[in-house]
Design a protein around this ligand. Structure first.
Ligand SMILES: C=C(O[C@@H]1C=C(C(=O)O)C=C[C@H]1O)C(=O)O
Length: 471
């Protein structure tokens, strides 16, 4: 990906932007590139607010978008519009997406420290059936991107190098409108304008019975020793009097779950997928590769004393420690088999969220230049945290015992950049919103010693957290 030295134009002025765009397009064409990427530093803004308002800047309200934020660390990425899209399905889908990303990055000419990213989302199964129109894998080079890290915010525009003069005018006008929009944003979301959630869970008798039946079957299989863990999930459908808003839902979630990864993406069927996941699958940033082992759960206590008692019980629970260890071992072995160096993982920590707490171990590894992040994804997904172990057997049982299609639930979602760095999270604690309808997902890991009713309570806790945030 060729990169030009940084010019000193002030991109906020439209005529200067035009000059730089035209010069950049020529340079990009001369280098044989197909795309140009221009970036500009922005003053601190709220990236969610920025994305939510971009549709007022002449963007198609149905345009593709992607949002990922971890409020606690100040990381946020928002992308809008699709310049190039790729879809794939089948067992080679991660490798196919890697090939698309590498080819696309090689065709981008980056002006002025530009840092384009490709956003990717996947479904849980590599050939989903009967799902809501979402491709098994989708990778998008966006038109617009806002990236925030350590208080630094950057706006990036990606465009085709073969723009007609009329299209250049249109793009300059759009840049100007977006620039003005970002300048006039209030510093934070106007909480008054956020729709207050008023929905409650529907009657879940059928799900409850089906789930408990599934757990009993799983326990019998676990007893034979043929399987060590199975993750069973369920879906709850909700209808609201007015259409759901992913922006309002995210705003509610970011208040309750600042330590989680908040995400939302438009699916290719027109629905939106939204959630607050505590689980990173894998990230590679500044040369450090990290994968999260997250499993073993307990509710939070009503007061400090009770909460501490629950934390201690979780930490020392043989059943939860075993459930957790299955994942630590799986991640460590899989990364080692890919040729990565891994220091021995430490003892688990307890990750406390608003309503639930989990055992968590961060697995660090030294990346290998020949192993792309998407190859790591291919090897890791689905981990025993969301499928079970051994994977093939867990898969069979999951398909038999779950009566709904997982879609994007529990599947990877994230981004990669031209240096091969990126971050993927696991799309749990999530919902699919389509107009006035929402489908909420939640699951729990079953191991020997699991109690069916307690596991159902865990699922219910996760569903309740979601239902109290969707708006
Ligand atoms: C499957 C889910 O969560 C997973 C299951 C957990 C458990 O059973 O303890 C904990 C975290 C996640 O790995 C979900 O939230 O839907």
């Amino acid at each position: 990906m060729p990169v030009s030295p940084s010019p000193t134009f002030d991109l906020s002025a439209q005529h200067q932007f035009r000059q730089q765009l035209v010069a950049g397009l020529t340079q990009a064409r001369n280098q044989g590139c197909l795309f140009l990427s221009i970036s500009r530093d922005l003053p601190p803004i709220d990236p969610l607010l920025a994305l939510a308002g971009l549709s007022d800047c002449g963007m198609d309200p149905q345009a593709d978008y992607f949002y990922l934020e971890q409020p606690g660390t100040g990381m946020a990425i928002a992308a809008l519009g699709a310049l190039r899209t790729y879809t794939a399905e089948g067992c080679q889908r991660f490798q196919d997406v890697r090939h698309f990303c590498q080819t696309t990055f090689a065709q981008i000419f980056c002006l002025d420290g530009g840092h384009p990213r490709i956003f990717c989302h996947f479904t849980f199964h590599d050939r989903p059936t009967g799902h809501q129109g979402t491709s098994a894998s989708r990778a998008i080079l966006p038109q617009w991107q806002i990236h925030q890290r350590d208080q630094q915010v950057q706006l990036t525009l990606n465009c085709d190098v073969l723009l007609e003069p009329g299209e250049i005018d249109r793009l300059c006008g759009q840049w100007q409108r977006i620039w003005e929009h970002l300048q006039t944003l209030p510093p934070t979301f106007d909480i008054e304008s956020v729709m207050v959630p008023t929905i409650s869970l529907p009657n879940l008798t059928v799900q409850h019975q089906g789930f408990v039946r599934g757990v009993h079957t799983a326990l019998k299989v676990l007893q034979t020793g043929e399987m060590e863990k199975l993750v069973l999930a369920c879906a709850a459908d909700i209808t609201a009097p007015r259409p759901f808003s992913w922006e309002a839902t995210l705003q509610n979630l970011r208040h309750h779950y600042p330590n989680c990864y908040l995400f939302s993406v438009r699916c290719d069927g027109g629905s939106t997928f939204v959630g607050a996941s505590p689980e990173r699958l894998v990230s590679l940033e500044q040369g450090v590769l990290t994968a999260d082992a997250l499993a073993g759960s307990s509710p939070r206590g009503g007061d400090r004393h009770q909460d501490q008692a629950l934390t201690t019980a979780l930490y020392h629970s043989e059943k939860d420690r075993h459930e957790h260890q299955v994942i630590v071992q799986f991640l460590s072995h899989t990364l080692k088999n890919l040729g990565l160096l891994i220091p021995p993982p430490g003892e688990p920590q307890v990750l406390k969220l608003a309503n639930i707490q989990h055992l968590q171990t961060l697995i660090r590894a030294t990346p290998h230049p020949a192993v792309h992040l998407l190859d790591i994804l291919a090897a890791l997904h689905p981990t025993p945290a969301v499928a079970g172990y051994p994977r093939a057997i867990a898969y069979e049982w999951m398909r038999q015992l779950e009566t709904f299609e997982r879609g994007m639930y529990a599947a990877p979602l994230g981004w990669v950049d031209c240096n091969g760095e990126g971050e993927f999270i696991v799309g749990i604690r999530s919902a699919l919103l389509q107009g006035t309808m929402a489908r909420l997902y939640a699951g729990a890991g079953i191991v020997r010693g699991s109690d069916p009713e307690r596991e159902w309570q865990e699922v219910l806790l996760k569903l309740q957290a979601l239902v109290s945030a969707i708006a």
